[in-house]
Design a protein around this ligand. Sequence first.
Ligand code: HPA
Length: 266
Amino acid sequence: MAQIGIIGGTGVYDPEILTSVSEELVDTNYGIIKVKVGEYKGVSVAFLPRHGAEHAVPPHKVNYRGNIMALKKLGVERVVATGAVGSLNLEMIPGEVVLVDQFIDFTKNRIQTFYDTPENGVVHIDMTEPYCNDLRKVVTTAAETVSVPIRGKGTYVCTEGPRFETPAEIKMYSSLGGDLVGMTSVPEVVLAREAELCYCTVAMVTNFAAGISPNPLTHAEVLDAMERNHANLKKLIMKTIEILPGTRGCRCRYSLAELGSLGLGK
Ligand code: HPA
């Protein structure tokens, strides 16, 4: 069993903070998912590199349902996910950490629900507060404690990828209210809510988006920026795990209450 799940995005592949690490193969309806489970300061932590240990899985092919279901099956209740993002907002600069509070979805070919079979029924999950506010507060406190500058709000535009955007797309996303652009927060955040997990995305700004950056974008640039800011992200996650309250007081755990017994189970 694990208490907290960490989904490592680009540049975060190794649960190096954990001790007594074992590799679990979790059998889900969506395939077998490899998760590393270990301990940090007495807390049991499940670690999942979203793109695989070698960054071999592109954003549009990530097994989002398998990953969230595997964490759920391991007993995880709270998930902190990291993600590299480009910035459309001149105030959010490369190297900054943003705890996003909203998303705009421009993905195209991703299944966003566990409820797509007749046996499970139909679910229209509420997305008024897509990222768990209580968990975001814990991460914010952790950031303040370890002196990692963090912005507490931002709108994440999720694209299908794997290509980067055109400057025209970035202009449109900006006019729609987007601050950051990335390729993975959706459907992860949606599935986490359907699984009644608390979830937040810790977005690391790695670059200004296409058309704002003076140069063409490269994946190497994103990886370099993640590498430069890896220590901050690690400090932030360690402190978050350390100060996370033992029990949840938010509504995430009742997301499917109106369904009664149809929920995915605890
Ligand atoms: N666009 C989309 N995803 C990203 C970017 C970007 O500019 N930077 C890091 N992930």
